[in-house]
Design a protein around this ligand. Sequence first.
Ligand SMILES: Cc1ncc(COP(=O)(O)O)c(C=O)c1O
Length: 475
Amino acid sequence: MLLPSLFTDYMTTFRSSKKVNLMANDLFKSEGDINYGIERDNYISKIKDSKTKELLERDSKVFYHQALSTPCMQALSYADQSSIFDIAGNDYLDFHGNNVHLLGYGHPRLIAALQKQMNTLPFSPRRFTNETIVQLAEELVKRSDGDMGRVLFSPSGAIAMGMAIKLARKVTGRYKTISLWDSFHGASMDTISIGGEAIFRNDIGPLMPGAHLAPPPDPQGCLWQCGDACNAHCASYIEYILKKEGDIAAVIAEPMRSVPIIPPAEYWQRIRKACDEHGTLLIFDEIPNGLGRTGSFYTYKQYGIIPDMVVLGKALGGGLIPFAGVLGKSLFNAVLKNTAIGHYTYEKNPLGAAVALELMKILDEENLIALGKEKSKIIEEEVKAWKYTYKIIDSFRASSLLMGIVLDKDHHYWTKLDVAEFLMYECLRNGLNFKVSQGHILTLTPPLTITISEIKRALNILKRAFDALYTRCQR
Ligand SMILES: Cc1ncc(COP(=O)(O)O)c(C=O)c1O
C-alpha cells in the first residue's frame, strides 16, 4: 500500500503528466471544459477569499479528482432565478446550469409543488402507483406523437438511457447500436460505450460490445470537409453501417447536440427512413435540451419525424429533484412481460413528478417556449454584429436558447492562447458562467425565464471579454 505522503506525491505527478497530455491533446476537449490548464490555474490563483480557498482545499482532499469536476473552481452558497452566488458573495448569471435550470433556480412555484408533495406522499414504493406520477406520464404522452404512449422513470439521465438501450434490445432481439463520436449520453458503463468522448472511454474498457460510432453532423469538424455545402455524407455513413451490419438494434443520438450541433432536417429524415428499412429503432436523447429549450417541447418535432423513444431528464426535475425517464411506443409493452428493464427504487417518484407537472404548467401559462425564441434572436443579432470586430468569431449557432458562439478553430496559431478558456474565465471573473464545448465553442444555455436586462448584462460581459482578449493579444 502506498503511504499517504507518497500517494500525494504520486497524484501530483500523475496530475501534472496528465495536464501535459491533456493540453497537448484536444481529444479530451469534447463535451465540456476540462479542469486542467493554464487559464484554470490562473483563475484559481487569483482567488483571494480565504473561506473559498479553504472550502476548495477541503473539497480537493475528500473527493476523487477527475477531469470534469473536482478539483473545482469556485464554491457556491446560494442560487436564485438566473444567478448563482459564490461564498464570497459574487454573483454569476448562469448560462450553463448543467441544463437543469430551464426555469431558473428555485422557482417558487416548483418549490411550492415540491413541498406540497413532500407533505403528502414523499415516496411511493414501486409496487404502488400514485396520482402524481400517473398524471405526469399522461401529460408527457399527450404532448408526444404517433404511438408513443408509455414511460418509465428513473433517478438519472444515464439510467434512463440504459433503460432505452435495454428496451431496444428486447424489442428488436438485437444488441448492436450506432451512436455518434463526441457525443455524451451519461457516465455509466453502458452510456460511455455509446458515448464518443475520449475523456470517458479511455483506459477503462472493455466497453459494451456492438456499440458502433459514426462521425457527427458537425459543420466545423466534418470528416468529409463539406463546409457550408453539406452533402450529408455523415447520414450516408450511418445508412452504410445499417446496411452492412443489417442487425442494428438502435441509432441513438441527441437530435440537436448540446455543443450545439444542429443538423438539417434532411439528416434526421434520412436516418429515420434508413432505420425503418433495416428494422432499427431511433432513440433520441433529449435529456439536456428537451422540454422547450430548443424551441419546441420535444426537439424531434422540429424535424418532421417521430423517433421510437425519447429520453428526458435534467430539467424534468426542475433543478430540485434528480429525475429522468424514457418515453416510447406503446407497442413495445408486448415484449416486457417476463423481464425488468427498469425497477429503480425511485421509479414512481412523486416528488419529481410534482415538480415536472408544475414546470409544464408554467411553460404553458407563461408562453416560455415561444418567448425563448425571441430572446435568442436578441443574442443572435448582437453576436453576429460582433463578427466584424472580433474576427475570431466564426459563427453563431442556435435553436432558441440552445446557443453557441463558434470560434475559429485555428485560433491557437494566432494568439498562442487557449482563446475559449481565456474568454470563459474572463467572463467568470465578471459574473457570467457558461461552458466551453469542443475546445472552441462558447455554449450558452440560459434559463427560459431569463430577463431582457439579464441578457443585456450577459452580452456586455461577453463583449468586454472579447475586448480583453484583443487587448491581450496586441500586447
Ligand atoms: C445528452 C446527455 N445525455 C445524458 C446525460 C446524463 O444525464 P445524468 O447526468 O442525469 O445521468 C447528460 C448529462 O449531462 C447529457 O448531456
